[in-house]
Unconditional design. Sequence first.
Length: 278
Amino acid sequence: MAKYAIGDIQGCYHAFQALLARIAFNPKVDELWLVGDLINRGSGSLEVLRWCYTHQASLKVILGNHDLHALVVASGFVKAHRGDTLDALLQAEDSETLLHWLRHQHLAYQDENYLMVHAGLLPQWTAEQAMNYALEVEVALQGADYLHFLAHMYGNLPNSWHEDLTGLDRLRVITNALTRLRVCDAEGVMEFSFKGELLDVPSGYMPWFDAPNRATQGTQVIFGHWSALGLQQRKNIFALDTGCLWGGQLTAMNLETKAITQVQSHVLDKPIKLNPSK
């Protein structure tokens, strides 16, 4: 049995299949960890989600911001963004089944060796707290009143953690940290507009994993989300989003050996522009 973690797929179905072939993934005996953003922006979101649904017994999946966005769009609270590629998924005959399955995935996952999140962790949070806070969002997302949560999920405020936060404010901070965080200040105040490279991090901010006294420094953390960061394998930090959607690679890490396997992006994964003038 082998365990692999794979970075953001974002609907890049052909690259995903090529990577599975390269690591000789066997769903009967192997386990695959997916760091979120399974879908959107690439041309094969429907195919990726169908593959994951079919092989769900072999997967550990967490939700990324693009996955949550798809749920919000499907629920009718916002219109699709200009770069979204969700139409085939939303119009498919099995759309309801696939989105129901997606909505019931985790916001964080941990075993005895690793903690996996899509984006980041606030410096105050221990691994145990992060898992408990993720569960709060999962309960809201999977409950009978999940539409209420989706309707109020978007927003940049509050942008820092306080234990006495309640209601939607509390859920929004947890969701933003786990699915959108790249940089914060030393106290964990989040900044959401920055998407660039390490050398360009705004003054007064730092990558979330470099925050001083971060409570999860002793925990091995796997994450994605930050494509401009590229592959990182530091002490206890493993960043696996290598920008497949943008012409980079799709990356898998063997969780036993930490060996890296990559495939180049595939031309068929690029979204088809029906009207290039827009």
